[in-house]
Design a protein around this ligand. Structure first.
Ligand SMILES: Cc1cc2nc3c(=O)[nH]c(=O)nc-3n(C[C@H](O)[C@H](O)[C@H](O)COP(=O)(O)O)c2cc1C
Length: 250
């Protein structure tokens, strides 16, 4: 090989290595900035409820929970405990690394664009007033944003799916595409990342519910505009999933 072509080949290899390292670094390895901003800080909060600390128990193996997981659509009216709510929310978005505010589910580029809402029915949760609450993972609290039982409205928004009204609680997962796009301007990429994160959260909710003797079902069928109204969502949040949770009816 001529001296000149060897030089060109070496330059191409060097450039390719540089590009791979640069892209890999910019996507996955950027230094971690501690993200402790709740995007809902501007919204009116009616009251704040402290959740009991989440327990790391060994009730059931992950294998067993995966084996037992099945979508449940028939719920009894038996209320669930505040500890159950705490565990479900922790599994969905709880902070598991307080130094970096990293959470129970993975997040592309540690952007954390997801929010969780609790829609608690009348006597849905022991010692908790019916209403809609935003989960604040930073201090593991519930922020009440709407008073009263909203399950009927929610089930209407979910194309009249009856189990949304029957379950003592529903968890709603929302995503902020704008927050992800701030870091990843490619719209396809950032949209995909947010949708994937909803899936991670959903599976954690399923498995946590199963391990506590509860049941749930992923609901992706609903009218966005009605959901936005009921939950009083900020303009940058899109509803992605509803998870009714409760004890399975016999
Ligand atoms: C993205 C997605 C959307 C879904 N939407 C609904 C829904 O709107 N209503 C419903 O009853 N089930 C819904 N499901 C649950 C599926 O019907 C259920 O997972 C499927 O029947 C398989 O049953 P299994 O979960 O018990 O394995 C959804 C599941 C996924 C993954």
């Amino acid at each position: 090989m001529q001296q000149k072509s060897k030089f060109v080949l070496a330059a191409i290899i060097l450039l390719s290595v540089f590009l791979v390292v640069y892209i890999g670094y910019s996507v996955f390895m950027q230094p971690v900035e501690v993200n402790n901003q709740s995007i809902n800080q501007s919204r009116e909060i009616l009251s704040v409820v402290d959740l009991p600390q989440a327990e790391i128990s060994t009730n059931m193996s992950v294998d067993q929970a995966i084996q037992n997981r099945r979508s449940v659509r028939r719920f009894s009216a038996t209320p669930i405990s505040l500890q159950d709510v705490s565990q479900l929310l922790w599994a969905a978005q709880g902070i598991t690394d307080p130094e970096r505010n990293f959470r129970s589910t993975p997040s592309a580029g540690h952007v954390f664009p997801m929010e969780i809402y609790l829609v608690a029915g009348n006597n849905g949760v022991l010692e908790l007033e019916a209403g809609i609450y935003h989960y604040n993972p930073f201090n593991h609290t519930l922020e009440m944003i709407v008073k009263g039982d909203q399950r009927y409205n929610l089930s209407q928004a979910a194309h009249q799916q009856k189990w949304v009204n029957d379950a003592p609680i529903n968890l709603v997962v929302t995503g902020n595409y704008h927050k992800m796009q701030d870091k990843y301007p490619d719209k396809n990429l950032s949209t995909r990342f947010v949708n994937m994160e909803a899936g991670h959260i959903g599976e954690n909710i399923y498995l946590e519910a199963v391990s506590r003797g509860l049941g749930t079902v992923a609901i992706g069928s609903f009218y966005d505009d009605q959901m936005i109204n009921i939950l009083k969502l900020p303009t940058n949040e899109t509803p992605l999933y509803i998870y009714p949770v409760g004890y399975q009816a016999q």
